[in-house]
Ligand binder design. Structure first.
Ligand code: KIV
Ligand code: ZN
Length: 513
């Protein structure tokens, strides 16, 4: 048994299935690059057969990612597997992940297939997938609620057909750690060829035990791959959280005795990027990546940490990519200092022109905000990279007035498809008035389903506000993010960014497992 633990990231597939988290091809590509910097072993890039948009996203990711295996999900049929293989063509390392439900409930009610039919289809699927790529993962969907005798039969057969990884999903998050660990152990002991495949865990978080279940699958069951997502993103209560599971195995190496290849300094940048792209805000008390994860508020703790750090800290914030929240640059900083800071933050710019645009934005911000933190730079760059996709709408200027007892008014000047447009409106508050001023001209007809404001850096009213706006129209859900020290301006930017996505031709995809 190897002591290497394979980290299989499914943020771009299972994470994306979360309602409202669907991403464009370019957004997925940007996150895939960050996952490669994070050095995850496998990136599940999408579900190629689910839509043309996801096919293109998997294909684009397969073309550029060199250091991680790129994987596509596929149902257990020739069409899905063919699409996955086509999308993965040219990848430095490709995997097809094929699945079919094996629980009595799913087979009877969802698939309307007999166990024998499922057995045959699983075998044929793996056989065909192996004829297209050398690395094939098989998942019996709802595996944890499946009859172990039937699972043994199916898994033995698919390993004989060449499956290289066997994943046991707890699809509905029903497992508890000890039972799940023993379930996998029992399967591995009973299946004669079980040693020919790497065993994997895939846990959903409905009862808040996805990380604990995954670790039990590793420790008790002998699994050597964990499927997880950044920030635990995923349908319903989400998936096993990458940052938690990786830091558990690293911090308690004395117990787990396993190696993970992840570059943990990229964890926080990855968390920020996923949160900003999807508009799913990270709760402050979230382990490892929450804003309070390393904050010591009580006097006793602060005193202890100052005297000896390990009195209250088991991990170091800077090791997982939290900057020390220090002032990094200011108004007088030059282009070289800015560029060097980008490098230190692991931000890769495609061209010198991109650096110039980001630097110009940095200077604008530094004129208005005396202290620029790493988090400000990360927000500025994310906004810049997101904006470079499709700029049908962009903010030129905004003015608003509000006074106690008076109805707020806003005037917004913005570019709309190349034409400078001015909208004026009143509203319940300055944000409402500004968004109405824009919508009055654009007439998108979209429903606002989420509006949230967060401070990018804490501890000061000078901090930039980061606004997320989620719009829904004709079944399509998009997120726009905007950052500015003025939250009314940040709101207008976020609204325009959401409109750009809504009206862009880049297809958004919501893969379905
Ligand atoms: O949760 C699940 O069962 C899945 C499978 C497709 C692996 O996501
Ligand atoms: Zn899942």
């Amino acid at each position: 048994m190897t002591d290497k633990l394979v980290i299989f990231d499914t943020t771009l597939r299972d994470g994306e299935q979360s309602p409202g988290a669907s991403m464009t091809r370019d957004e997925k590509l940007r996150i895939a690059r960050q996952l490669e910097r994070l050095k995850v072993d496998v990136i599940e890039a999408g579900f190629a057969a689910s839509s043309n948009g996801d096919f293109e996203a998997v294909k684009a990711i397969a073309q550029v990612i060199k250091d991680s295996t790129v994987c596509s999900l596929a149902r257990a049929n020739d069409r899905d597997i063919g699409r996955a293989a086509d999308a993965l063509e040219g990848a430095a390392s490709a995997r097809i992940h094929t699945f079919i439900a094996t629980s009595a409930l799913h087979m009877e009610k969802k698939l309307r297939m007999t166990p024998d039919e499922v057995f045959e289809q699983a075998k044929l699927a793996v056989r065909y997938a192996r004829s297209r790529v050398g690395d094939v993962e098989f998942s019996p969907e709802d595996g944890y609620r499946s009859d172990p005798d039937f699972l043994c039969r199916v898994i033995e057969a698919v390993i004989n057909e060449g499956a290289t990884t066997i994943n046991i999903p707890d699809t509905v998050g029903y497992a508890v750690p000890e039972l799940y660990g023993n379930f996998i152990k029992n399967l591995r002991e009973r299946i004669p060829n079980s040693d020919k495949a790497i065993w994997s865990v895939h846990c959903h978080n409905d009862l808040g035990m996805a990380v604990a279940n995954s670790l039990a699958g590793v420790q008790i069951g002998g699994a050597r791959q964990i499927e997880c997502t950044i920030n635990g993103l995923g349908e319903r209560a989400g998936n096993c959280s990458l940052e938690e599971v990786v830091m558990a195995v690293r911090t308690r190496r004395d117990y787990f005795k396993l190696d993970v290849g992840v570059d943990i300094s990229q964890i926080v940048p990855a968390s920020r990027m996923v949160s900003q792209t999807t508009g799913f805000v990270v709760q402050p008390n979230k382990a490892v990546v929450g804003a309070n994860a390393f904050a010591h508020a009580s006097g006793i703790h602060q005193d202890g940490v100052l005297k000896a750090r390990d009195t209250y800290e088991i991990m170091r914030a800077e090791d997982v990519g939290w900057s020390a929240n220090k002032i990094v640059l200011g108004k007088l900083s030059g282009r070289n200092a800015f560029k060097q800071r980008l490098q230190e933050l692991g931000i890769v710019m495609e061209s010198e022109a991109e650096v110039n645009t980001a630097f110009a934005k940095f200077k604008e911000l530094a004129d208005r905000k005396s202290e620029i933190f790493d988090e400000d730079i990360l927000a500025l760059v994310s906004e810049e990279q997101a904006g470079s996709m499709t700029e049908l709408y962009s903010l030129v200027s905004l003015s608003q007035s509000s006074e106690t007892g008076e109805k707020p008014q806003a005037t917004v000047v913005f570019n709309a498809r190349g034409v400078e447009t001015m909208g004026t409106s009143s509203g319940n508050g300055p944000v409402d008035a500004s968004l109405k001023a824009i919508e009055g001209h654009v007439n998108s007809g979209a429903e606002l389903v989420l509006y949230s404001v967060n401070a990018i850096t804490s501890g000061s009213t000078e901090s930039q506000g980061e606004v997320t706006v989620r719009l829904q129209h004709s079944g399509r859900v998009v997120n726009g993010v905007g950052a500015d020290p003025d939250i009314v301006v940040a709101s207008a930017k976020a609204y325009l960014s959401a409109l750009n996505k809504l009206h862009s031709t880049a297809e958004r995809v919501a893969a379905q497992g």
